[in-house]
Design a protein around this ligand. Structure first.
Ligand SMILES: C[S@@+](CC[C@H](N)C(=O)[O-])C[C@H]1O[C@@H](n2cnc3c(N)ncnc32)[C@H](O)[C@@H]1O
Length: 262
């Protein structure tokens, strides 16, 4: 009698434990995968995705809140990769996002790239990707304060570059969240500051190239360039007026002094 009760209690306990183990296992298996958290830096940021880009052999990490539309800069990256635009040069990228364009410059032989952004996750993101690609020692990523968004705010007073690149935000609106800084440039203040400061920030013969996937923003760029006594050259065979307001791949536009060269 005693043995039968013991056997019954034993079987009940073992089956309860097994049932519990199965429940725990199934609930663990059903949990969504946990995103990798970067803790090795002051701003904890999270990788949103890993991306492959045409013509770029390595995977690129894209952090939460950071802009990702590589087709905006297809022609800019093609020029970087297939010409001597940045080889042996000092480059400034304004608004680096994931760092994709800066990484292309570093892989194409730029001696130094200074990359800026207002989004702290973008700064982390660019540094992280540069680390993974082994080019971090030539990248200086600098956070721009949102209350001082001038394009050259975070540079040293005499710092100059051979090439300035940007795929700036394209819409005139006030950003309300940090990710909206990728889209909105209130009163085109950032764009205006890029143009007005270019002469003092470029070395003789330097080049300023902007990429946009927005027709109206290119027209604003052209008008603001005229105001700043600069001219523009679309490095793209497509007719801007035949394109929809938002289009991909983006168009590369070179900004030059009206006299010809910086
Ligand atoms: C359209 S996204 C381009 C990102 C990246 N260059 C790319 O092509 O993937 C524009 C970037 O500019 C940044 N940005 C906006 N205002 C800025 C400012 N005043 N100074 C520096 N970066 C700024 C945004 O946070 C965003 O990362």
């Amino acid at each position: 009698m005693y043995y039968r009760r013991f056997a019954r209690d034993f079987i009940f306990s073992v089956s309860s434990i097994l049932l519990l183990a199965v429940v725990v296992l199934v609930s663990e298996l059903l949990k969504p995968p946990v995103a990798k958290t970067i803790t090795a830096s002051e701003h904890k940021a999270t990788i949103r995705s890993w991306e492959y880009v045409d013509g770029f052999p390595e995977r690129i990490a894209v952090f939460q809140t950071v802009f990702w539309e590589p087709r905006d800069t297809n022609s800019m990256r093609e020029m970087i990769e297939t010409t001597d635009l940045v080889r042996g040069k000092r480059v400034l990228e304004i608004g680096t996002g994931s760092g994709l364009v800066s990484l292309c410059c570093l892989r194409a032989g730029a001696t130094k790239v200074v990359a800026t952004d207002v989004n702290p996750h973008a700064i982390e993101n660019a540094r992280y990707n540069a680390d993974v690609l082994g080019v971090a020692e030539r990248l200086e990523a600098k956070l721009v304060p949102t209350n001082e968004p001038n394009a050259y705010e975070v540079l040293g007073p005499d710092e100059k570059f051979d090439v300035i690149l940007s795929n700036p935000p394209w819409e005139n609106a006030k950003p309300r969240t940090i990710d909206e800084y990728a889209l909105y440039d209130r009163d085109f203040q950032l764009l205006g500051s890029i143009l007005h400061g270019a002469r003092s920030r470029l070395n003789p013969g330097g080049r300023l190239l902007l990429a946009y996937g927005c027709r109206d923003a290119i027209k604003v760029l052209e008008a603001l360039s005229t105001d700043a006594k600069l001219s523009t050259k679309r490095l793209d065979p497509r007719s801007l007026d035949a394109l929809p307001d938002l289009f991909l791949p983006g168009m590369l536009v070179e900004v030059l002094p009206q006299t010809g060269k910086f």
